[in-house]
Design a protein around this ligand. Structure first.
Ligand code: ISL
Length: 565
């Protein structure tokens, strides 16, 4: 009997609504736009849609700053539109998972408006309020209660003149952190989650959920940050009560509901040891987590905006460690892309000469690991980074803040721009390229961020009927996961770990052996493997059948092959 959870053989597709499809010509994607494009997802064969936030929001961080958890933002539509999207998704046999952003709210959420109104307001303690540092006058540099640096530049504290106290925001000042120490906060969140589940949604992707438990002593961090600021992560990352909070959430929200729901926690800085605890089914916390190790390997000494080339051996060591670490207990999420990461074909592949081959090779390698694959909108088309002419074409608060800070600190604008062009989040946020028409079929109006000019040849319409397209390669990978238990549940063994251009591994289940072998570089390679693969079935290839003599497989640049025996 197959007792593996349903999501071991499932693939999730992430939609960033603002950039997916615009139904009303205002230049911003919306819910009706998504509903009108569900055929694309059905054709691709994905099982679950994860919707980035569509709640009411002032959009300081594109909806990751929520002012009403039970309302749809008018830019995206209405609750009625939402219900229709949900019904249409279900009618096609797919599930829909919401984004849950509860480390912080918008500063325009009524909870925060009340909280800031006076020191004695009943909701005062729903957020983190602190007086200025001992001996410092409020508002002076250094008066912040801790030295922590925000993810979006500058300090994590903003002074509120009304009461003369500071509030904590790990992200933008318009994203104040909720105080999870307060049980009223936790129960208000659980109630809201139950409200959405009762409405029919199939689970949650939980934004920065490993940051919700802070050390209440709020100690300073080691001063590594810009302008004398410090790293607060050890005091709020995977904090003292995080497992307790997630178990409580599980009890209050998920216990007794259908086993068909999905929970995935986004967890910057999480280790595989922690991830195993979070996803051990006996502990009743989460189904899976998003980790960040493999998307940090190309960060240079100056951090994310100072990238260095990826050494493939580091990538294999990292992903291999997670495969093994969560091999017996726990479960992996597999992703190259999301709305916060540059496009993988530009980042780890070759978006020029070997565009198609590298997009499909990277997809092959990722999808056949043990874990649940996530496809980010446009990834299935091989969408690339955007050719931003300058910062005036960028929209992301993280990029704009970093640019202002770095240039003010005396850095050459051109060199700051280089970092943003390579690593900025807006690379992932240009509109989905549906066809070759002027705005790529995304909108009839003026898009909120420019469409990538390569949509004239890189678009969905051009790929549906091309058997070799990136789209059809993703479709086949998804099909394979659905069809083969060895992909869903087999053991994982990394091969050729020291090879700098080859990515090879074996999956085994009972008598089935699956071999994935790929050349992730621009020169021909030979993979020398143990055992005889010459008689094995070639299940999938992105370039055609490779020459195989026993265990020696010749690999063209960026070729990827999947064998079964
Ligand atoms: O991209 C990042 C900054 O370098 C990440 O650290 C990112 O901020 C982090 O992964 C958390 O992301 C999530 O929470 C943020 C939001 O801006 C991101 O879009 C979201 O995915 C705050 O809600």
């Amino acid at each position: 009997v197959d007792t593996a959870p349903w999501w071991t053989s499932a693939v999730v597709y992430q939609i960033y609504p603002r950039s997916f499809a615009d139904s009303n010509g205002d230049g911003v994607g919306d819910l009706n736009g998504i509903t009108s494009r569900l055929d694309h997802l059905e054709r691709l064969g994905v099982d679950v849609i994860w919707l980035s936030p569509v709640y009411a929001s002032p959009h300081a961080d594109n909806g990751y700053d929520i002012s009403d958890y039970r309302a749809i933002d008018p830019a995206f539509g209405t609750l009625e539109d939402f219900d229709r999207l949900l019904a249409e998704t279900h009618a096609r046999g797919m599930k829909l998972v919401m984004d849950l952003v509860v480390n912080h709210t918008s500063d325009e959420h009524p909870w925060f408006v009340e909280s800031r109104s006076s020191r004695h307001n009943p909701k005062r303690d729903w957020y983190w309020w602190r007086p200025p540092r001992e001996g410092f006058e409020a508002g002076r540099p250094g008066a912040e209660p801790t030295n922590w640096e925000s993810f979006f530049s500058g300090p994590t504290w903003t002074l509120d003149e009304t009461t003369g106290e500071y509030y904590l925001h790990l992200f933008a000042p318009k994203q104040p952190d909720l105080n999870w120490e307060n049980p009223e906060v936790r129960h208000a969140v659980y109630e809201m989650m139950r409200w959405w589940l009762d409405r029919g949604v199939d689970g949650f992707r939980m934004d920065v959920i490993n940051l919700i438990s802070k050390d209440p002593a709020l100690p300073d961090g080691a001063t590594t940050g810009t302008g004398g600021l410090g790293d607060g992560f050890p005091h709020y990352g995977t904090g003292p009560r995080i497992h307790e909070f997630l178990r409580e959430m599980h009890r209050e929200v998920f216990e007794g509901r259908s086993g068909e729901l999905l929970t995935v926690g986004e967890m910057p800085g999480v280790t595989w040891e922690d991830a195993r605890l979070f996803t051990d089914p006996r502990r009743r916390e989460l189904d899976m987590v998003f980790q960040f190790e493999h998307v940090s390997l190309d960060h240079g000494p100056g951090g994310k905006f100072d990238p260095r080339p990826l050494d493939l051996r580091d990538l294999k060591a990292s992903l291999g460690r997670w495969q093994t670490g969560l091999g017996e207990v726990g479960w992996n999420s597999l992703y190259w892309n999301n709305h916060d990461q540059p496009r993988v074909v530009s980042r780890f592949g070759d978006d020029g000469r070997y565009w198609r081959e590298s997009a499909t090779a990277l997809a092959t390698v990722l999808h056949l690991h043990r874990g649940t694959p996530y496809v980010y909108q446009g990834e299935e088309l091989g969408m690339t980074n955007a050719p931003f002419a300058g910062v005036h074409e960028m929209r992301d608060i993280e990029s704009l803040n970093h640019y202002a800070e770095a240039v003010a600190a005396g850095n050459e604008p051109e060199s700051v721009l280089r970092g943003l062009r390579a690593m900025g989040r807006d690379n992932a946020r240009t509109p989905v390229q549906w066809d070759a028409s002027p705005n790529a079929g995304f909108t009839t109006g003026r898009p909120w961020i420019a469409v990538n000019p390569n949509h004239t040849w890189l678009n969905a319409q051009a790929q549906y009927d091309d058997p070799n397209s990136v789209f059809n390669h993703y479709r086949r990978l998804i099909e394979l996961r659905h069809a083969l238990p060895v992909i869903a549940r087999g053991d994982f063994r990394m091969l050729l770990a020291d090879e700098p251009y080859l990515y090879a591994y074996e999956r085994t289940l009972d008598d089935d052996r699956l071999l994935v072998v790929a050349n992730l570089g621009g020169t021909p390679q030979i993979a020398a493997l143990d055992g005889d693969w010459s008689a094995a079935d070639l299940l999938l290839s992105n370039v055609g059948e490779p020459p195989v003599v026993n265990g020696r497989i010749s690999l063209e640049p960026w070729s990827a092959h999947v064998f079964l025996k």
